[in-house]
Design a protein around this ligand. Structure first.
Ligand code: A2P
Length: 321
């Protein structure tokens, strides 16, 4: 690797709660197709070299270990000076979303990551499942209602112990977030949800803003499928600006004042996705993007069940579809 390469200075957003700030563009490590651990390690090292500083993982993704290995190597080789220069997010999986399992689950994630703390720990989905069962998708009969109060209290304990600097949630509707804000002592710092030009989440973003919760976008390019990448409005803007559709979509996310987690293990695309900070979208382009027809890509059907807490996706998202 070329250590002399000029690093990009990644813009940051202040984190609610005052603990440091979030490097705006995060590097996602969930793979649509399962990839070997060495591919993740290589990609993360390349990403650090290119200037990514925020890495997103989860107990579910099987990427905690290779991410941790890459970070050890990056520090040992001087690619970054210390762990503190990186921002690491991981997530509590449904089977561990029971009060007595939260702390052990975080400790396991820390062991995988070879770290003594992470920066942000999120409840992955607003649903629990039978403890001890490692299956994805979760069997319909294994989905259980989450005891939000006691699970959140256990998350708060993790923060108090210093094992995570901040706590938050993922895939929470306005309603579920409002319920959590009412019962918790520490408010969630982040709600990580799907946000892209094709699912802009205006209502949720406004709700989060007025309640001091930072939104972090996943699937900013639409993830699997072509809705974002084949969108005619985005294509037209990209062509006019000499940018790619991915860059237009990521720049749009950045201009909304939210964090954005993008996934690619391809070095050229990893680099391209970072090249969004020295140009902007015009008012007219923003208006055109705001008129794109909206639909959710990540419906969360796997988390609905006739036996579980949410029978339908309407219930899962509290009608915010
Ligand atoms: P690849 O890994 O082959 O680069 P999202 O971040 O919305 O979840 O989308 C991830 C998908 O978008 C992956 O399939 C990834 O493919 C693809 N992708 C990421 N960056 C780009 C880019 N700059 N141009 C085209 N496709 C991209």
């Amino acid at each position: 690797m070329n250590r002399n390469q000029q690093h990009l200075t990644m813009p940051e957003i202040p984190m609610p709660g005052g603990y440091r700030s979030l490097p705006v563009l995060g590097f996602g490590t969930s793979a649509n197709l399962p990839v070997g651990p060495e591919i993740v390690t290589t990609a993360v090292l390349q990403a650090i070299e290119l200037g990514y500083r925020h890495f997103d993982t989860a107990s579910l993704y099987n990427s905690e270990q290779p991410l941790g290995e890459a970070i050890v190597e990056a520090i040992n080789s001087g690619l970054v000076q210390s762990r503190g220069q990186l921002f690491i997010t991981s997530k509590l999986w449904c089977r561990d979303a029971h009060p007595q399992h939260v702390l052990p689950a975080l400790k396991k994630s820390l062991q995988n990551l070879k770290m003594d703390y992470i920066d942000l720990y999120l409840i992955h989905w607003p649903v629990s499942s039978k403890p001890g069962i490692h299956e994805y998708p979760i069997k319909k009969e294994d989905l259980l209602p989450m005891d939000f109060k006691s699970v959140w209290a256990a998350m708060e304990e993790c923060q108090k112990l210093g094992l995570t600097k901040s706590i938050g949630v993922s895939n929470f509707s306005c309603k579920k977030l409002a319920d959590l804000l009412a019962i918790g002592k520490i408010p969630p710092a982040v709600n990580q949800v799907e946000v892209s030009p094709c699912w802009q989440q205006k209502k949720l973003r406004e709700f989060c803003k007025s309640n001091g919760v930072l939104v972090v976008a996943y699937s900013p390019l639409g993830s699997i499928g072509t809705r974002v990448m084949e969108n005619e409005v985005l294509k037209e803007i990209a062509k006019a600006k000499g940018k790619t559709v991915a860059q237009v979509a990521l720049r749009w996310g950045y201009e909304q004042g939210i964090g954005v987690v993008v996934k690619s293990y391809n070095k050229e695309r990893m680099k391209q996705n970072l090249e969004i900070f020295d140009w902007s979208l015009s008012d007219d382009e923003c208006r055109k993007i705001s008129e794109i027809p909206q639909s959710r890509a990540s419906l969360g059907k796997d988390f609905t069940s006739p036996y579980g807490p949410y029978k339908t996706i309407e219930e899962l998202w509290d009608g915010e579809l």
